[in-house]
Design a protein around this ligand. Structure first.
Ligand code: ADP
Ligand code: MG
Length: 292
């Protein structure tokens, strides 16, 4: 039978905006030593915008049009940002065919007879599109501002770069500070590149960053921490995060996240507010001190 204090704790959680799926989650939360956050949609709002357009071999409008032609096939938040910008710029978007997704790296399609590749630098380079040193410098500068550089390759060359930035949720920084004060080690895991990830981490006060992590590798990163003896909570919102949410000792899903993530979470933050993750740990400490 579930001890009364746990049942009461689950009810108290509901008042605090926490959907606690099982009593065990509340019991284990007291023992947590580490908390791992996904970046996009978890620490940040997950609604990024195009902030800079660097047109290299084609005019700006053409760069946007070609990029949107490919990205309108993708559900990725970066893709949505590109399509939205093309719409607001009022450019005519050509048709595309042979759309392909390369998970955690980029997308491609054929636009008006040209193969177009859109994604991060390693993705373009792997497909034989060189990134000249001047472009590399520009990319690094954008990434140091916490922006994601989305490279657009058309034909055989780099046509341009779109910088895309997401804003932090208003309480991210204070939630991280509070979790650290409570003695938890805090880590960020992201598919985004190292420079961008480090810039965001610096802004929110996270020292431990694992960047360039492929979707299927997030759960492995959680397991590696557990093998070192950590009791781990993972906080995430995306389809990619479901295996890590399941692997963690406590999976904490963002309420506005994808259905798969919510189903994989032991605790759901109904208000999407990371301060509620702090409340969950505090609640479990209170409940468990009453049981012992
Ligand atoms: P995150 O962990 O931030 O959600 P993902 O694993 O989904 O990141 O993607 C990692 C990286 O792959 C992105 O930062 C981006 O560089 C590239 N990428 C993935 N999908 C796309 C896309 N549709 N358009 C452009 N770039 C993409
Ligand atoms: Mg995410």
């Amino acid at each position: 039978a579930t001890p009364t204090a746990v049942t009461v704790g689950i009810g108290r959680g509901a008042e605090l905006g926490l959907l606690i799926r099982n009593g065990e989650a509340l019991e284990v939360s007291e023992k947590l030593t580490a908390i791992v956050f996904d970046k996009t949609g978890t620490l940040t709002r997950g609604k990024p915008d195009v902030t800079d357009i660097v047109a290299l071999t084609v005019p700006e409008d053409r760069l946007l049009a070609v990029a949107a032609a490919v990205e309108h096939n993708s559900q990725h938040p970066l893709a949505e940002a590109v399509v939205r910008r093309a719409e607001s710029a009022g450019v005519g978007v050509p048709a595309s065919e042979w759309f392909t997704t390369f998970g955690g790296r980029g997308v491609s399609a054929v636009v008006e007879g040209d193969e177009v590749l859109i994604g991060n630098q390693p993705f373009l380079e792997e497909h034989g599109i060189p990134v000249p040193p001047v472009a590399e410098d520009r990319i690094a500068a954008l990434q140091d501002e916490g922006k994601t550089a989305v490279l657009v390759g058309a034909g055989a060359g780099l046509a341009g770069i779109l910088a895309i930035a997401d804003t932090l949720k208003p309480t991210t920084k204070s939630a991280i500070a509070e979790l650290k004060r409570m003695g938890l080690s805090v880590t960020m895991i992201t598919g985004d590149n190292e420079r961008t990830a480090n810039a965001i981490a610096r802004e929110v006060g996270i020292d431990d960053v694992h960047a360039g992590v492929l979707p299927q590798e997030k759960a492995q990163e959680v397991r590696a921490l557990q093998e070192r003896g950590e009791v781990v909570a993972f906080v995430g919102d995306g389809i990619n995060d479901a295996p890590a949410l399941a692997q963690a000792d406590v999976g904490i899903a963002i309420g506005s996240g994808t259905d798969v993530a919510i189903e994989s979470g032991d605790i759901v933050l109904i208000r999407d507010d990371l301060v509620d993750a702090v409340a969950a740990v505090e609640l479990s400490r209170k409940v468990m001190s009453r049981i012992k």
